[in-house]
Design a binder for this molecule. Structure first.
Ligand code: UDP
Ligand code: GLC
Ligand code: MN
Length: 397
């Protein structure tokens, strides 16, 4: 029977990731397995669907059966309300046309061919109702759901769908919490076959065990860019892993195609296209300086359209420096907004409820604050992570 790699794409925000992953598997690692994708067709433009169809062997539309987790507090606290889309990974168990499937998040980059995983861990090696996955770097007693080896079957599919209807069955409000409850915690770990960490390495700024990284770096099989900031949100000259991803992306697409791919989803919000070449400036290898400093730094946040904020003449040496300026800006705007609303104190619901409703729709944030509205608490919720705004500003073409 056929076997496949598969990823998930519910909107344009992850388009660059999915296309790079598909190309990497097919053209770079020349996989002999099918490369499939689950998409929400209704949230994608015609040109994106054409691109997807040119890369993937099997494009499966799930727009008529989307599953979304309820926007519980945990996701809001994580600053990642968009992760409610990830419940759609459940549909992979329905794909019984494939005997074994390797699911990969679209923010993963295979460094080596993963083809041997099908024989080594899939097929008859996986007993019904179990999966194989690597431990999560943040909490190694649970698995990271960015790479999962599974054998689709209807019994598990139906059970998982049913299981997902109870919000108590996911500790993070998204798929990793759900799938760990189901395959790991419910069976005391018996239905989780533990893969080496090398198959799902998550290098983060906040935690990395550098000596181990140095010892094993040559054996890394796959890198997973977890967190709200993905490589395609900006071209980095300081993060070697992000650079690797860009190298792969640029290998398969022309400059025009890259601009157009980033013009959808988050790229659009970051206004990559407006000041076209700002991320593509020539960097002087030796000094790390940007050669042509004429370009403006594009406004990054939706509200950041005040010309006086970042002088047009300012040059940046690295993406990290830009990030720092953006963070400072964000904090200063945050502080001034907070100061203003602090003076309001607690308000009774009135016209405010309207604003709250629109926040709820726009950012998928639920509020349980009864008939009192605490502006500071609400502001804290929506302002935790800038990326929350960016990823929620998706527009359909
Ligand atoms: N995803 C998607 N649309 C969304 C959010 C997530 O298609 O709005 C898919 C995408 O494949 C992504 C995966 O779900 O890689 C899991 O989300 P993400 O990788 O951002 O989670 P993280 O690894 O950062 O926890
Ligand atoms: C994670 C995983 C990702 C998953 C998300 C939500 O950190 O990397 O694959 O979708 O949590 O559970
Ligand atoms: Mn991921």
């Amino acid at each position: 029977m056929t076997t496949a790699f598969i990823t998930l794409l519910t909107n344009e925000s992850y388009l660059a990731g999915a296309l790079t992953l598909g190309n990497s598997l097919k053209k770079n690692h020349k996989t002999t397995h099918k490369v499939a994708i689950l998409i929400d067709k209704q949230s994608l433009s015609k040109s994106s669907i054409d691109l997807i169809s040119s890369v993937f062997d099997d494009v499966i539309d799930i727009s008529d059966r989307l599953i979304k987790s309820s926007p519980i507090d945990t996701l809001t606290k994580l600053g990642r309300p968009e992760l409610s889309h990830t419940f759609n990974k459940i549909h992979i168990w329905d794909l019984i046309q494939y005997s074994t499937v390797i699911y990969l998040d679209s923010d993963t980059l295979p460094i080596k061919s993963l083809d041997h995983l099908f024989d080594k861990y899939g097929g008859t090696k996986l007993k019904q109702g179990s999966i194989a996955a690597s431990p999560d770097s943040g909490w190694p007693d649970i698995f990271n759901s960015g790479l999962i080896i599974l054998n689709p079957n209807h019994e598990t599919y139906e059970e998982l769908k049913e299981f997902s209807t109870n919000p108590i069955n996911t500790f993070d409000g998204a798929d990793q919490g759900l799938l760990n409850e189901y395959f790991n915690l419910k069976s005391n770990g018996k239905n989780w076959h533990r893969l080496p960490f090398l198959y799902n390495v998550t290098p983060t700024d906040s935690y990395q065990y550098t000596p181990a990284y140095d010892r094993f770096v040559d054996q890394i099989q796959l890198i997973h860019f977890i967190g709200g900031i993905k490589p395609w949100h900006g071209k980095s000259h300081s993060n070697k892993h992000h650079e690797l991803w860009w190298k792969e992306f640029e290998k398969h697409f022309t400059k025009e195609e890259i601009n157009s791919i980033l013009g959808h989803g988050e790229g659009k919000n970051l206004k990559f296209t407006k000041t076209e070449n700002v991320w593509d400036e020539e960097i002087n290898e030796e000094s790390g300086e940007i050669e042509d400093s004429k370009a403006n730094i594009p406004p990054v946040f939706p509200w950041e359209h005040r010309d006086d904020q970042i002088p047009a003449s300012r040059t940046f040496k690295s993406f990290k420096e830009i990030e720092q300026v953006v963070e400072d800006e964000f904090n200063s705007i945050s502080t001034s907004i907070k100061k203003n609303i602090e003076s309001l104190g607690k308000l009774s619901l009135g016209k405010i409820v309207k604003d709250q409703e629109s926040l709820k729709d726009k950012y998928n944030i639920d509020s349980n604050e009864g008939d009192q509205w605490d502006p500071i608490a609400s502001f804290d919720k929506v302002s935790k992570l800038p990326s929350k705004f960016l990823s929620k500003e998706e527009k359909k073409d």
